[in-house]
Write a protein that binds this ligand. Structure first.
Ligand SMILES: [Fe+2]
Length: 246
């Protein structure tokens, strides 16, 4: 694959296009349900096209990734003075490229492979809006993540109470492209106050959407035996604010 389709609709299957047109009742407005902060959709991305995306991202954006490592602070144990009083900030290990500045090398690489055009297409925005069931702001944030073996994100909420436009919530939209060496990686999230829900997000072409904030974590990526060389999960992430907040 030389580049991504300019129009997000061209990456979709018939099922994906039905969702885009608002004709799938299980998906339309799914995140407007207060009990459903998270939705994973299988079979909406064209399998063959999606399989070609991860090597494309690897080649073009791999060189522009920066490591993001927030380990468990040692004093979270040594500084603890009372039983059952442990506190853990957000921990994570993953590589990322923020696509914020047009003049950055990462942005230019993303533009070169059509990632900027595809995520800027009306169908991409519309797809997220259908799931959210609410009008979204025109401007949105782009980022890519790359999880390798052992990479993970510890429990966190993604709540941004200091940002007035995001304080009442926002939507993250993930396109997942896992290489053939990925065995598994789960998104675990809270429902009714317990980490009771999990979804395998290590798909070769998957879609997931998050109505943040809510408690969640991503388990360490596990490689298939002897397949560490292709055990990377790429995530193309779009962050959307609600229109009424902007
Ligand atoms: Fe998160």
């Amino acid at each position: 694959m030389r580049g991504l389709p300019k129009n997000f609709a061209d990456l979709l299957t018939a099922k994906g296009r039905r969702i885009l047109e608002g004709r799938d009742r299980t998906v339309s407005g799914a995140l407007a349900d207060p009990r459903q902060p998270f939705l994973a959709i299988e079979g909406a991305l064209d399998r063959a096209k999606a399989a070609a995306v991860w090597p494309l991202l690897d080649r073009s954006l791999g060189p522009h990734l920066v490591p993001l490592s927030q380990p468990i602070p040692p004093d979270s144990i040594t500084g603890q003075t009372r039983n059952y009083q442990e506190r853990l900030r957000k921990t994570a290990r993953v590589r990322t490229a923020y696509l914020e500045r047009r003049r950055s090398k990462a942005w230019q690489a993303a533009e070169h492979i059509g990632l900027i055009a595809m995520t800027g297409s009306e169908a991409y925005r519309r797809f997220v809006e259908v799931i959210a069931g609410r009008a979204l702001a025109g401007k949105f944030g782009r980022q890519v993540l790359c999880y390798g073996p052992g990479d993970y994100a510890g429990p966190h909420t993604d709540h941004h109470p200091e940002d007035p436009k995001a304080a009442a919530g926002y939507v993250d939209f993930h396109l997942t492209f896992a290489g053939p060496g990925v065995a598994r990686q789960y998104l675990v999230y809270a429902r009714d106050g317990h980490f009771s829900e999990d979804v395998d997000v290590a798909t070769a072409g998957g879609i997931s959407a998050y109505r943040l904030p809510f408690w969640h974590y991503t388990t360490p990526l596990k490689a298939k035996p002897g397949k560490a060389a292709t055990a990377r999960r790429w995530v193309v992430l779009g962050t959307f604010l609600y229109a009424e907040a902007c």
